[in-house]
Design a protein around this ligand. Sequence first.
Ligand code: FAD
Length: 271
Amino acid sequence: MKPAPFAYHRPTTLGDALEVLSGNADAKVLAGGQSLVPLLSMRLAGPSALVDINAIPGLDTIEVTEAGVRIGALARHADVLAHEGVRRVQPLLPEALSYVAHATIRNRGTTVGSIVHADAAAEMPSVLVLLGGSVEAASTGGTRTIAAEDLFLGPLESTLRPEEIATSAFFPALPAGAGVAFDEIARRQGDYALVGLGAVVDGDSVRASYVSVSDVPTVVDLSGVPDDRLGEVALEHLDPVDDIHATAAYRAQLVRVLTKRVVTKAREAAR
Ligand SMILES: Cc1cc2nc3c(=O)[nH]c(=O)nc-3n(C[C@H](O)[C@H](O)[C@H](O)COP(=O)(O)OP(=O)(O)OC[C@H]3O[C@@H](n4cnc5c(N)ncnc54)[C@H](O)[C@@H]3O)c2cc1C
């Protein structure tokens, strides 16, 4: 199918982009287009206008400091994945990004776009919540910081307002001595996960965050849980979804197997 007609704007400043958005209640931001364009083509989204942000300079930055990694709205998954500084300061990012789609999609899709698209089957929202990160949002009224735990409301639904552009996402650095791991099960490499999870082990603290299990990314505190109970305890906090891709019972079994595997890997990485 072809998209329904829409007006197309390609502003060259953030201010101009925000002006267009503030006057168009159902306009959509276009970043990498790897999620939005399929939705337009299938007519699951029908905005009156697209605001393409790709001609705005300065949004493709990846800043690495000892505090963490700040990823600009136009930084592509592939650039974040290949960035040596990112790998050093927050190794969970490249580990999880290697499971995001295929190389061609990672070349164009943006990490910030993936976060604000708010798909519970996507890796980056889950990683942002697990690490306690945040998103910087701009509108004609100013800027604000949205903590990851306040960002996700439901499937493809976030607290980012229609008139806002997410300008960057911040992922805090991994503390010294802590370890991380990520793993997932998908039907084919590059497909969305049937179940995935990331884990952070920091001293006695063990936390895991799940992909494709619930409607929003869910972080579970597994500190002090014996290894043979990790999956069962995780399931007490999760409500696996039943859909065309997998039954809830199968997802629960994947949670059991993967939780132990990923927490063990994160412990080993912490040594
Ligand atoms: C075949 C296929 C397989 C895929 N597999 C995976 C996968 O396994 N895991 C995964 O995580 N992703 C997967 N993706 C999605 C991919 O990661 C997308 O790139 C990503 O979800 C969205 O990023 P984008 O830059 O392409 O956003 P777009 O498609 O441009 O936008 C997506 C949504 O976010 C909004 N948006 C984007 N950027 C901003 C911004 N800066 N401010 C405000 N709103 C914004 C848009 O308005 C739109 O609603 C897959 C995509 C395809 C086509």
